[in-house]
Structure formats: structure tokens, C-alpha cells
Write a new protein. Structure first.
Length: 84
């Protein structure tokens, strides 16, 4: 399943996720820091979405209230809900 999420409060403007059940097959960030987006994408590839949510939830960027990893955790939650 492919899921597209529009993040809020971060530099990236789109997160595209491919799931196979609860397994993350692919994550792509559009906009923002391409190195960080690609790095996060490689680190979560093949992992269980629920584990990644637990790891990334609440990560902040500087003094902001959220971050790209935190937004990815929200996107994964919504994608899992949609898959039900």
C-alpha cells in the first residue's frame, strides 16, 4: 500500500510511504534536507512500522515542536489506520 502524507511544521512538504502489512518497504521525503530524508528512509526500510513509530515519536528539531522523524511517526500511524 502507498500512503501520502503532508507534514506540518517541518521543511519537508510530502512524505510517501510504501507498506507491506506492518513492514516499511519505502519512505521518500520531498523537500527539506535531502540528506536527512534519505538517511531516515534507509534506516527505517524493512523495519516494523509500529517499532519505528515508538522510536521516532516526539523527536524535535531545534526549538520546534516537531521534526521530520516525528512527522514520519504520525504518517505511519495514519497509514496503518488506513490499512485496517
Amino acid at each position: 500500500m502507498e500512503y501520502i502524507y503532508k507534514p506540518k511544521g517541518v521543511c519537508s512538504n510530502l512524505i510517501t510511504i510504501e507498506l507491506d502489512g506492518e513492514t516499511i518497504r519505502k519512505v521518500e521525503f520531498a523537500g527539506g534536507c535531502s540528506g536527512n530524508g534519505r538517511g531516515i528512509s534507509q534506516l527505517v526500510k524493512g523495519r516494523n512500522a509500529k517499532e519505528v513509530i515508538q522510536s521516532l515519536r516526539g523527536v524535535r528539531c531545534g526549538t520546534g515542536k516537531t521534526s521530520c522523524p516525528d512527522q514520519l511517526s504520525l504518517a505511519l500511524e495514519q497509514a496503518l489506520e488506513q490499512e485496517k
